[in-house]
Design a protein around this ligand. Structure first.
Ligand SMILES: NC(=O)c1ccc[n+]([C@@H]2O[C@H](COP(=O)([O-])OP(=O)(O)OC[C@H]3O[C@@H](n4cnc5c(N)ncnc54)[C@H](O)[C@@H]3O)[C@@H](O)[C@H]2O)c1
Length: 320
């Protein structure tokens, strides 16, 4: 299929492009390089330098004729979204509506969307399944949930079949070492640990060591970015074969503690990685992890690279 990957020069997008190409799809990347990197582009792909806030850019891109598109272009800093909500309204919501309208106009009616665990807010039970109540606790999560609702309406009214993929914590890098562009402004734990290991920062803080978890630190669900990328290919197959939309969580069903990540990083990098135990951060739940039973049943998706050692090793290969 001819697939347009919007945000394909970014961290997750570049991995999606690689898996789409491996599956035999013909990929074009659309990106304004605001946080994406030229070095993440594959020479084999067409690249359109464009902005999802400029309707003409999207119109011209979709006019080339695509069977499907993946939409990853967004701002993603939950904390920032609480102080600058307008930025998130414009790029995430207006940008997405621009994309959906251009796609419908040019009859491109298969959409794979990067949603997020942030649509759920604090867990009411674990593991989090797709039916868990949705009470986003930051504006970023709200934008993702609203877009899921828009997609449901466009499905009904315009026959736009979509896959909403709710990523938990994306981590790791291409196990084949081909994609090496560093994620810009990462907010997750692993890149922070790597920055210390690589000497870019002198130390790090562990927020809260008195949680009711196996070692007192928070538990999160880290999913290897290549596993996430594989799910996009499977989701495209699913919506194509079944002519039916899909919303799934992508997690590993087993969380990892902050200390387990730091210990694995010390072992694998051989670096000291100085860390300081400090107070909890307000609003950080003790545990957050997902069941991916539905993704397994419907897509046959199972994580292959999301064990702690592979996550750390593939990230260290890029940071070292
Ligand atoms: N990284 C995670 O842990 C995580 C978790 C859940 C969901 N997500 C979602 O996955 C998607 C990709 O995240 P990522 O981590 O790869 O981030 P990223 O910042 O590396 O990628 C986003 C890409 O979109 C492009 N972009 C942004 N605004 C644009 C615009 N106006 N026009 C054209 N291109 C634009 C950027 O240049 C970049 O290449 C985002 O939608 C994010 O919300 C990420």
């Amino acid at each position: 299929m001819k697939v347009l990957v919007i945000g394909g020069a970014g961290y997750i997008g570049s991995h999606v492009v690689k898996e789409m190409m491996k599956a035999g799809h013909e990929v074009t990347v659309f990106d304004n390089l605001s946080s994406g990197l030229r070095c993440n582009l594959f020479p084999k792909n067409d690249f359109i330098y464009g902005n999802i806030l400029i309707e003409r850019d999207l119109d011209q891109a979709f006019a080339r004729g695509f069977d499907a598109f993946v939409h990853l272009a967004a701002f993603k800093a939950a904390g920032e979204s609480m102080v600058e909500p307008e930025k998130y309204s414009i790029n995430n919501i207006t940008g997405t509506l621009n994309i959906m309208n251009a796609a419908v106009k040019h009859n491109c009616k298969k959409m794979i969307f990067s949603s997020s665990a942030a649509v759920f807010g604090s867990p009411e039970y674990l593991p989090i399944d797709e039916d868990h109540p949705k009470n986003p606790e930051n504006y970023y999560g709200f934008t993702k949930l609203e877009i899921e609702r828009f997609m449901n309406w466009y499905d009904q009214l315009r026959g736009m079949r979509f896959a909403a993929l709710r990523y938990f914590n994306a981590a790791g890098y291409d196990p084949e070492g081909e994609i090496r562009g560093l994620e810009q402004n990462p907010a997750n734990l692993l890149p922070r640990v790597m920055e210390v290991a690589a000497g870019m920062k002198s130390g790090m803080k562990v927020f809260g060591t008195d949680y009711d978890t196996r070692d007192g630190t928070c538990i999160r669900d880290y999913v290897h970015v290549t596993d996430l990328a594989r799910a996009h290919v499977m989701a495209l197959d699913y919506i194509t074969k079944n002519d039916k939309s899909l919303t799934v969580n992508l997690g590993t069903e087993k969380g990892t503690t902050v200390k387990e990540i730091i210990d694995a990083a010390r072992k694998i990098t051989g670096k000291e990685i100085p860390s300081e135990d400090v107070e909890r951060r307000p609003g950080d739940p003790a545990c957050l992890y997902a069941t991916s039973k539905r993704a397994k049943e419907l897509l046959g998706w199972e994580p292959k690279y999301s064990d702690v050692d592979t996550l750390v090793k593939t990230t260290w290969e890029v940071y070292r």
